[in-house]
Design a protein around this ligand. Structure first.
Ligand SMILES: NC(=O)c1ccc[n+]([C@@H]2O[C@H](COP(=O)([O-])OP(=O)(O)OC[C@H]3O[C@@H](n4cnc5c(N)ncnc54)[C@H](OP(=O)(O)O)[C@@H]3O)[C@@H](O)[C@H]2O)c1
Length: 244
């Protein structure tokens, strides 16, 4: 049976490379994006099927789930990749200058979006023999890492993005407890050069995507319900479990 995978935010960056790598492994790739013209162009470039999906829009999520259910009898892999760092300057600034609006913008996409998309696609995932969900998180969501004065990430002080990934880690742990029939992972792609960080990352989007694909395909020997991925910023080469 052909494996079917849906990737949110697949029109560029790590999501695009994830869709590419899954296609190369023979998966039927449903390349989801919020913007139809950019999403279609990106999906066409990969030979994937475009699915319109804005993770902050419940109608769009419902429409995407209904369309996929009409065309496929199951879904093997859901990758909640869509994410943003926030347009607001304060998203990177000090906690004491953080507004409700800045928090809401980032949490709407990175946290509420992932939960809404997961719940919409669960009925189809449950029809797969070994379903997997990969939530694209980050080591900046690890309170252990971010509070360690010896770690380069200690310098980060902005609340919205790191706190959203901490919340996504908890979302992952909770789904893993409830869904014993589904493997649920939080992935750390590592610091990759994409639009999200003005291309300041030292890894390529393809290297980040390889972490996600290893979890999505079962190539990684990672435990369900944990944050797993690139360990470079923890001073260790390779991939592994990252402390919460
Ligand atoms: N780059 C890194 O170093 C790094 C490290 C750890 C984790 N991550 C995570 O990796 C994921 C991908 O990020 P990236 O670095 O590849 O950044 P990116 O190049 O900016 O890509 C982000 C993707 O998310 C999409 N997106 C944003 N809001 C959306 C929405 N409401 N609905 C649907 N799609 C939406 C974007 O679509 P548009 O083009 O329409 O905006 C884009 O396709 C994110 O979850 C990010 O937090 C990145």
């Amino acid at each position: 049976m052909t494996q079917i995978a849906l990737v949110t935010g697949s029109n560029k960056g790590i999501g695009h490379e994830t869709a590419r790598l899954l296609g190369e492994r023979g998966y039927t790739v449903l390349a989801a994006a919020r913007d139809s013209s950019r999403g279609t162009a990106a999906a066409d470039a990969l030979g994937a099927t475009f699915v319109q999906l804005d993770v902050t829009d419940d109608e769009s999520i419902r429409g995407a789930a209904a369309r996929v259910a009409a065309e496929h009898d199951h879904l093997d892999v859901l990758i909640n990749n869509a994410g943003l760092i926030g347009d607001h300057e304060e998203a990177r600034g000090r906690p004491s200058g953080t507004s409700r609006e800045a928090l809401r913008q980032v949490f709407e996409t990175n946290v509420f979006g992932a939960v809404a998309v997961t719940n919409a696609f669960l009925p189809l995932l449950r029809k797969a023999p070994s379903p997997r969900i990969v939530n694209v998180s980050s080591e900046v969501g690890s309170i252990t890492t971010i509070s360690d004065p010896e770690n380069p990430l200690y310098q980060l002080v902005g609340i919205p993005y790191p706190a959203s990934k901490t919340a996504l880690n908890m979302v992952t742990a909770m789904y893993a407890k409830e869904l014993t029939e589904v493997d649920v992972f939080a992935a750390n792609p590592g610091y990759c050069a994409t639009d999200l960080n003005g291309h300041s990352g030292f890894r390529t989007p393809a290297q980040g995507a390889a972490v996600i694909v290893a979890l999505a395909t079962g190539e990684a020997s990672a435990p369900s319900g944990r944050l797993w991925g690139d360990l470079s910023l923890l001073g260790t080469p390779g991939d592994g479990v990252i402390p919460w």
